[in-house]
Design a protein around this ligand. Sequence first.
Ligand code: NAD
Length: 421
Amino acid sequence: MTTEQVAATINPWAVAQQQFDLAAEHLKLDPGIRQVLREPRRALTVTFPVKMDDGTVRVFTGYRVQHNLGRGPAKGGIRYHQDVSIDEVKALAMWMTWKCAVVGIPYGGGKGGVIVDPKKLSLKELEALTRRYTTEISVLIGPERDIPAPDVNTTPQIMAWMMDTYSMHAGYTVPGVVTGKPISLGGSEGRNEATARGCVYTVVAAAKHLGVDLTKTTAAVQGFGNAGSIAARLMRDEGSTVVAVSDTQGGIHKPTGLDIEKVLAWKQEHGTVVGFPGSTKITNGELLELDVDILIPAAYENQITAANAKNVKAKIIAEAANGPTTPEADEILAKKGVFMIPDILANAGGVTVSYFEWVQDLNRDHWSETVVNAKLKEIMDRSFGEVLAMSLLEEVNMRTAAYLVAVKRVADTTALRGLYP
Ligand code: NAD
């Protein structure tokens, strides 16, 4: 089976609950709090019509899930993908709760998605779908309640349409209802790069901890979208030789290193990285097993599984994607001595700068990119240090350590707030 076929057989919600159970067990969490945190607080399914360019009406299904609201409003992206399911959105919402807690920003976790292949829609259809979906989930979202952001296949333009739709209903402009907006509409400097930048900050911190000189390393990046393409560029900027990248069509490999700007230009022209001159075509599965020092999965869930974990050769894995590694694979990698920087830490830069964007919007303020990146670095470095300290103290791997930090913060809030009524 290919990695894609294996991935399709694994339920991300089961994975998310399994990861939470491990931490809950370790923390000896109160059974009541454990039951509460194991399930989403709210899960909304919406079914809505969109008029297509040819005059026909198509009905789409979408979701918005709020996993936990204990530490603040729900926060989490919107995914447009043909494989979106309620279980995937529930998992992504739960991971958002832990992610916000691990970096200490005042949010709960949420996530949304629409079952659609946006590449098959015209721009007009995409806008109509976005506006109607936003209206359908407006019973949940709002700047004090639940703040969406970009995720797979959703862009600053889509965030602009969401903000405009919500504002039209409110009767005034509400920039703080979504993040990841274009800068001219209240978006933050540095937001577009934030997920990758935060991820590379954690790789730099891991390399320092392990005594690895990044300029002597090779790296492979799976996925060449917002997170992956920018992570590849920033890894190159840190001196690492990026030898492979990939997208849904497959991967490319060049042992002497890829010129990331040229790969970006090639992808823009041809719609895929495949065929880039001077590179060899590889599969996404082969990319994960390349003999590299650093592996950055930046595409989709369930890519590193019990089926291929034993063949992974990287010494450091930084999960720019959400949920790319299953718990069974985690165990295999830990036994091999792989240093894993888990998703809830490695890709938390995106939500951190989303938080900065929201703070700027609420205050009608605008920070420079230098200020944004410095604040991001401070939070990523501090969070990495806290997770590493927990890992050393409790003698657990970095994922379990990140969960211990995060789940404890959310559980403490839940206990302090008490049970209503
Ligand atoms: P994107 O839509 O910009 O890019 C996704 C990329 O992955 C594309 O290049 C696509 O071709 C590729 N891809 C999709 N499925 C693949 C597969 N099975 N194998 C190989 N490549 C595949 O999305 P993004 O925003 O970069 O998100 C990527 C990952 O990062 C997701 O897991 C997302 O949840 C996570 N993430 C994104 C953000 C953010 O701010 N955008 C924040 C945190 C986490």
